[in-house]
Design a protein around this ligand. Structure first.
Ligand SMILES: Cc1ncc(COP(=O)(O)O)c(C=O)c1O
Length: 469
């Protein structure tokens, strides 16, 4: 029988209250069975979300509002995020990639006068990482300048970065790689000395610190991702962090269709002069709600996403602690299995406390192991693996026609592209899974050791990249 509005009355019972429905959603989620882990049969993903009844309840609560677009939960999550970083503003958006796009777009605003990035300006970055840290640079007509990374920290080589600074350099935009901070203290100093803008991509590093200070608070703008693989999730989502009211207003404008108006969804006349502005060559009094100061996007979130963000944020510290413990657990097991002779193990950048995203292993050249064979077998045996994302971005088809400059060599970037992969440290892993991951890694390593050509010889056969295009 279909369930209708009159079903409760017909059955002589009270309709459930909103609180009942939210409580039932929580209880339903908590009653779901947890699948058993069977070593060798249950796949161990390299990343994943950790949800609970509270998340389900928050999602249903936001849905019952039927507000749908950014609302009370979005405001709450933005305030809580900004407070967590001790920053003035956090602007929610649909993904970490959107956050990076908005961060770079913000720095191009005419409202920044001579500080604004212009087409042809150089932005220093690295090629070993996620594409959308770099693509906003290209999309805005700026020139990415690539410098090499260090193998152990898989982060930017700061000496190479310093050497890359030239007369056209205007900004630095780099990610804290897999949760391990780059040496952001030195980079921020360099930026200050040379008058460069700094964008920290913290999508993989929520909660990491450098010198006791949170990453994301060193530059002009920072970004976060809330995709399920990340430290906390909104399903899809991201945020842009800033400590400057002007930047925040510009960022919001780019996010919200490019408009000059800053009314929240559903609000009117926050500026108290909605029909009194004279902007551009519009007639005086043209509705501010439909006045555009930037060539913008619509990258706003829904309130259901934001509700999930609020609920997940309360668990962030526990998640970060679990990630750190799993990282330490993998290191202990890998060393105990004698695997250090085959791999460069990941190291925290000196003076920092990472908030690990993944455990990056890089095969030593003399191990003579083919990385692709290794990850294929690990996957077959149910241990999930990932590349350091794009490896060397410049070797990706998408970058075939992109203008760029390389400063120095990208030797380590190629090394990471050819010989690195990462395994999970996410909070869904337990001791049993960590044991299986390292036992399997040890078995596969011993099966493959010595069977391939030397890694250096393999890299030497790669096409040579032009230093500039
Ligand atoms: C460093 C880095 N930046 C940006 C992103 C993009 O985030 P999203 O998937 O939310 O667009 C990712 C994705 O994992 C990432 O690793």
């Amino acid at each position: 029988m279909p369930f209708t509005a009159s079903s409760f009355a017909d059955a002589g019972i009270a309709a459930p209250s909103r609180e009942d429905i939210v409580a039932m959603a929580r209880a339903w989620y908590e009653a779901q069975p947890v699948p058993e882990f069977i070593p060798g049969q249950t796949y161990i993903p390299p990343s994943g979300k950790v949800m609970d009844g509270g998340d389900c309840a928050a999602l249903i609560d936001a849905s019952l509002d039927m507000w749908l677009t950014a609302g009370r939960y979005a405001s709450q999550f933005e305030s809580e995020l900004a407070a967590r970083f001790g920053l003035r503003d956090a602007k929610l958006t649909v993904s970490g990639s959107a956050a990076n796009l908005l961060a770079l777009a913000t720095l191009t605003s005419w409202k920044l006068g001579s500080r604004a990035l212009k087409p042809g300006d150089e932005v220093i970055t690295v090629a070993a990482g996620f594409p959308t840290t770099v693509t906003p640079i290209v999309q805005h007509g700026c020139i990415p300048v690539f410098v090499d990374v260090d193998v152990a920290t898989h982060n930017v080589d700061v000496a190479a970065l310093e050497a890359a600074i030239g007369p056209k350099t205007r900004a630095v935009m780099i990610a804290h790689s897999l949760g391990n901070p780059f040496d952001v203290i030195r980079v921020a100093e360099l930026c200050k000395r040379h008058g460069l803008l700094l964008v920290e991509d913290c999508c993989d590093a929520f909660g990491a610190t450098a010198g006791g200070q949170q990453v994301g608070t060193f530059g002009e703008i920072a970004t976060l991702s809330f995709y399920p693989a990340h430290h906390i999730t909104m399903g899809e989502g991201g945020a842009v962090l800033m400590n400057d009211a002007k930047l925040a207003k510009i960022c919001e404008s780019f996010r919200d269709w490019g408009r000059d108006c800053y009314c929240a969804p559903g609000c009117d006349n926050s500026c108290n002069k909605r029909f009194n502005w004279r902007l551009g060559s519009l007639p005086k009094g043209y509705d501010h709600k439909y006045t555009y100061s930037h060539v913008g996007y619509n990258l706003k979130v829904s309130d259901m996403q934001a509700a999930l963000g609020c609920s997940q944020l309360g668990k962030l510290d526990r998640f970060i602690a679990a990630r750190r413990a799993n990282f330490a657990g993998l290191t202990r097991r890998i060393k105990a299995a004698g695997l250090e002779q085959f791999f460069h193990l990941p190291e925290a950048t000196a003076g920092t406390e990472p908030s690990w995203f993944g455990y990056l292993l890089t095969l030593r050249d003399d191990a003579r192991i083919d990385r692709n064979a290794m990850t294929r077998i690990l996957e077959d045996r149910k241990v999930g693996t990932r590349m350091l994302f794009a490896g060397n971005l410049l070797r990706q088809p998408a970058f075939a026609d992109v203008s760029y400059r390389i400063s120095g060599s990208l030797e380590n970037t190629d090394k990471v592209m050819c010989d690195s992969f990462w395994m999970g440290v996410w909070p869904g892993l337990d001791e049993q899974r960590l044991d299986y991951m390292v036992d399997t890694l040890a078995a596969v390593t011993r099966e493959l050791a010595g069977k391939d050509i030397d890694g250096a010889a393999k890299r030497a056969a790669l096409p040579v990249l032009n230093q500039e295009r």
